[in-house]
Write a protein of this length. Structure first.
Length: 659
């Protein structure tokens, strides 16, 4: 990540007015928000991690708008603001909404409920971060690394930075990588030329040992983007779960009868080891709240003080006394929409539980936790960035809290209980995901000189665009790949680790089936990791061990964290011998990685389209590109291709840094 530079003031001074919300910017914003929302939905269901789309959106915006006679840096910033809001909303949706299918509450994705839940959650995330902008960005001056990086890219593209304009070059890099990522996905999933992973297991005495790596360029790219430190921590969690706890459990408790080694390893990992990850995530989520209690209370207090001052008679017209670059949306924009969105959520909750009193309790609990966790996510984004923001941790805490509150009201055996907790968590997760992303974008706007209230309008536009398309995308992915548990029709489903986790947590609390012994082990390990991390920080170590990253690694299949580690190692090799911050030029390595993610994700969605069309035109077939019933050479061709992609990623990143 880029270090916080000395603030030279905004690129566009407050007394200069440039067009920001224009027709072409709005159209491009809507398209990019929808596309990036679909791409991030695929990536999140596949890998359990999402990445910020601000830099790719900024590059695409600059490449497109340069064909118009008049465009400017603030217009490009408006586009990336809306586009990144779309991808952030997708992260909130895929972490929770699929869980409603996994517990059997829905048999298919309900379009209107999915749209309303995601739109309300996203809107609350925008509204609740309006009063935090001035406190966290102007007063506290948090780092917001991705916001700073995006501002640098916008400066470069507009010619205002120290490096010559390179929007066209950056777009070509992004496009080339997207073609590669899409082509690899077509060969693996569409044509079935090779397997999606190389993996195996073996029995050694009474224990079973597992190893494997997924062959996805998108996972390689995720590791490159998050960097070697975080990638290593995630892998260490995976190694702890799959290389230590799995053999130990099978040795002491035995293995499922009648299963060969690989199937037995996966069964134990799914039924037992992942609950260790849940326990660690619960502790991590609570620890996050404890760490942020002071800054959160201070930030909220300052924001309300500022708004009370703005409502005094002397300041009744803020545009007369507040500079353009410090003018947030008026306070009525916060309270009126907030009151209105509670109505559709109360109706959805009423339909889910069939009890008006419980629906009111759920609505109040949702509103309170959404505000709290939006603020938490906003503050954490300022510290570690949006891509590393522990949204899943705060969502786990929300669902656990909601379940514990609702059990006495609804009864522990109530079949509607898990769905009620998940419906609360879905809104809060969307709000928290938006909270972190919004502050990153507003930090970018602060550095380039945008008008905050105009950015906040475009954040709502991005939310609306993503909310409209997210349900059809989820339906396509479910039809093509399956989500969660493997089946005869979908032997290699999208893992949806967060959604599986949320479903297990909600069902386990209400049904009394949660394996508390494994959760307890995870909670204990989470506490140990926190102590280790604090020790590392006290010693000033550059390497830290965020508990939520370790917990995610325990929960994810090892093959995913292994691929992510590979990407992190490529990033480390590309930056070897280069001082921190020396890659602040056109960042082609990150753009290449983002292109791999986008290309694979979009191809994954496109491959699902024939399934939907085959219902109307059976002659098309559900898999028109498939050449083989099963990969003829297993995963070896995929490993060779992934090696080539890793080399290209290394060379692109290295060449970019050396420039």
């Amino acid at each position: 990540m880029l270090p916080e530079p000395v603030d030279p003031g905004p690129v566009v001074p407050a007394d200069v007015n440039l067009p920001e919300i224009t027709f072409k910017a709005v159209v491009l914003s809507v398209v990019l928000a929808a596309v990036l929302a679909g791409a991030n939905a695929y990536l999140g269901l596949f890998a359990g991690m999402t990445v910020s789309a601000s830099i790719p959106a900024a590059v695409v915006s600059m490449a497109v708008l340069r064909f118009f006679r008049e465009s400017n840096i603030l217009e490009n910033n408006i586009v990336q603001t809306a586009a990144s809001s779309g991808e952030a909303l997708a992260a909130g949706v895929i972490f929770t909404i699929p869980a409603l299918l996994l517990i059997g509450h829905w048999t298919a994705f309900d379009y209107w409920q999915t749209t309303v839940i995601s739109a309300v959650g996203g809107l609350l995330g925008v509204l609740f971060t309006i009063p935090l902008r001035r406190v966290l960005i102007v007063t506290a001056r948090l780092r917001f690394p991705e916001g700073v990086a995006t501002a640098e890219v916008l400066k470069v593209g507009s010619g205002t930075g120290a490096v010559p304009a390179s929007a066209a070059s950056g777009f070509k890099t992004l496009l080339a990588a997207a073609i590669i990522g899409g082509g690899v996905k077509l060969g693996e999933s569409g044509m079935k030329l090779w397997a999606e992973a190389l993996e195996g297991a073996a029995r050694v005495g009474h224990a079973v040992f597992y190893g494997g790596i997924n062959l996805s360029p998108a996972l390689l790219a995720v590791g490159f983007i998050i960097g070697p430190g975080t990638a290593l921590v995630v892998f260490l969690g995976g190694a702890l779960g799959w290389l230590i706890l799995l053999p130990a459990y099978s040795f002491f408790q035995g293995m499922p009868e009648g299963m060969e080694a690989l199937a037995a390893a996966k069964a134990i990992g799914s039924a037992r080891i992942r609950y260790v990850g849940i326990g660690a995530m619960l502790v991590g989520g609570l620890w996050t709240l404890v760490q942020l209690r002071g800054p959160l209370v201070e930030g909220v207090s300052r924001s309300f003080t500022a708004y009370r001052a703005a409502l005094s008679p002397a300041d009744r017209r803020p545009e007369n006394v507040v500079s353009r670059t410090d003018y947030d949306a008026p306070v009525l924009w916060l309270f009126i929409p907030f009151a209105l969105v509670l109505i559709p959520m109360a109706l959805i909750y009423q339909g889910a539980v069939g009890n008006g009193v419980v629906a009111v309790v759920m609505t109040g609990l949702m509103a309170g936790t959404a505000f709290l966790f939006s603020a938490v996510a906003a503050y954490m984004a300022g510290l570690v960035g949006s891509s590393s923001n522990p949204v899943s941790g705060v969502t786990i805490a929300t669902i656990a809290l909601a379940a514990l509150v609702l059990v006495p009201v609804m009864g522990s055996g109530n079949p509607a209980g898990p769905a009620a907790a998940l419906l609360i968590g879905a809104v809060v997760c969307c709000a928290a995901a938006m909270g972190g992303d919004n502050l990153q974008d507003l930090k970018t706007g602060y550095l380039v000189g945008s008008t905050p209230w105009k950015q906040q309008i475009m954040q709502v536009v991005g939310v609306a665009s993503a909310a409209v398309v997210i349900a059809p995308v989820l339906a396509l992915l479910q039809a093509k790949y399956g989500i969660g548990e493997a089946s005869a029709d979908h032997p290699h489903p999208l893992n949806a680790p967060q959604a599986m986790l949320m479903a297990s947590l909600a069902s386990g609390v209400f049904g009394g089936t949660l394996p508390w012994d494994m959760v307890g082990i995870g909670a204990t390990l989470g506490g140990v990791v926190i102590l280790i991390d604090r020790r590392l920080q006290a010693r000033g170590s550059a390497f830290t061990m965020p508990v939520l990253a370790v917990a995610l690694g325990i929960y994810l299949p090892l093959k995913l964290s292994a691929a992510i580690l590979a990407g992190g190692l490529v990033s480390a090799m590309a930056k070897r011998g280069v001082p921190e911050g020396a890659d602040a030029g056109d960042r082609k390595g990150l753009l290449f990685a983002a292109g791999l993610v986008t290309g694979e994700a979009l191809m994954g969605i496109l491959l699902a389209v024939p399934i939907a069309l085959s219902g109307f035109w059976p002659a098309i077939g559900a898999d028109p590109f498939q050449l083989f019933a099963a990969p003829p050479l297993g995963g070896w061709p995929g490993l060779a291709i992934l090696t080539v992609v890793a080399l290209l990623l290394y060379r692109t990143g290295r060449a970019s840094i050396r420039r």
